[in-house]
Design a protein around this ligand. Structure first.
Ligand code: SAH
Ligand code: SF4
Length: 345
């Protein structure tokens, strides 16, 4: 896409209004164009209530982000999880997942092409960083899954490829467009953001008035284990991360979710569970135990046995910690972070 063209889906309605006024169009036109863009229309020529000459003017100044479905995988299991590999306009690839729950559809979207955080167990982390996604590219993942499946996604999780807090400005703008009444109008309560723990950005996020549910990928009970699995642990200590989490809970008044991938012999002992419990006791939090997705070719790490996973869970429960083992939705379709792209389509 040519650099001088502006992506309507990366703009607030007020920004589009300003640009259209500069081009000599009436303010009302912005409502129409923005309305079409948010409804998932990807071509100005389809905006039937906009005069033809103005549609051409729009074409010369703007574009509408449009992802191409390169591959779609539908889970054989009853859960109906669908995974999409989307091609971006610069021929990079990203993944998104559509999950069906009793309460509606959830989109799990990517925020970057690749990731620079390098977590040892993660296919995305192992493949390195290419670039940040724009707000429009994040929005379009939801719109495309809506239009392909003729549904209306009600919940969004930023848990696909990439580290959302490493693409902070674009992610915040996307979240504001996503939850705006003129945008996709998705309730802030229905949006979660998962981070590997970029401490200063967690403080920034707590000031954004977004009231998101925060998931923090902990995966360890102390600095030593964390540093070994997640390079970000060398930059921010475990204690500083927990302090930032406590601040977020206090400010936003929402329960935090700790993601903990159980890896055999690395972080899944009863001692680890006891250590974790002692550190998070009393916090408004929930621990999500995830089994390491072993189809990930990127590392030699192995998932915990069912026995160890249950022992870990029961130890936390006994210590009064809210904990669940996350059901592995879509594990037959490589639905874990970065696995489809890494498998070389
Ligand atoms: N960068 C963010 C969000 C994307 S990763 C973060 O790290 O939180 C989304 C989740 O998938 C994280 O909790 C991550 O730890 C987990 N994950 C990555 N690779 C995995 C694997 N092979 N098995 C299980 N979970 C994995
Ligand atoms: Fe990046 Fe998250 Fe994967 Fe770590 S787990 S490499 S932060 S995407």
């Amino acid at each position: 896409m040519s650099a001088q063209l502006l992506d309507v889906k990366s703009m607030f309605k007020s920004e589009l209004e300003e640009k259209l006024l500069e081009l000599g169009l009436v303010k009302y036109r912005a409502s129409q164009v923005y309305g079409w863009a948010m409804a998932g229309i990807n071509s100005f020529s389809d905006m039937s209530n906009v005069p033809l000459t103005e549609r051409k003017l729009l074409d010369r100044n703007f574009f509408l982000e449009n992802l191409v479905v390169k591959k779609a995988l539908i889970s054989d299991k009853k859960d109906e999880t669908r995974k999409y590999l989307f091609k971006l306009s610069d021929d990079n690839y990203i993944e998104s997942v559509l999950l069906k729950y009793k309460y509606g559809y959830t989109a799990c979207i990517s925020t970057q092409v690749g990731c620079r955080m390098g977590c040892k167990f993660c296919a995305t982390g192992m493949s390195g960083f290419i670039r940040n996604l724009t707000p429009g590219e994040m929005l379009e993942q939801i719109q495309k899954m809506n239009s392909i499946n003729k549904i209306k996604i009600s919940h969004v999780v930023l848990m696909g490829m990439g580290e959302p807090l490493d693409n902070y400005e674009n992610v915040i703008k996307f979240l504001n467009i996503l939850t705006d009444a003129n945008g996709l109008n998705i309730s802030k309560r229905n949006v979660s953001l998962s981070t590997c723990g970029i401490v200063n950005k967690i403080y920034d996020l707590s000031n954004e008035n977004l009231a998101l549910t925060l998931s923090v990928s902990l995966h360890a009970s102390n600095d030593k284990i964390r540093k070994n699995l997640m390079p970000v642990g060398k930059k921010f200590s475990f204690d500083d991360l927990l302090k930032a989490c406590k601040h977020y809970v206090k400010k936003v008044k929402r329960r935090i979710s700790f993601e903990y991938t159980l890896i055999s012999g690395v972080n899944d002992s009863v001692e680890c569970a006891l250590e974790l419990a002692s550190k998070i006791k009393g916090m408004l939090c929930h621990v999500n135990l995830i089994n390491l997705n072993k189809t990930c070719k990127a590392s030699s790490l192995l998932p915990s046995t069912i026995v160890s996973a249950n022992k870990f869970k029961n130890t936390l429960l006994r210590k009064g910690i809210n904990v669940t083992i996350r059901r592995n939705l879509g594990s037959d379709i490589r639905a874990s972070c970065g696995q489809l792209r890494a498998s070389g389509v």
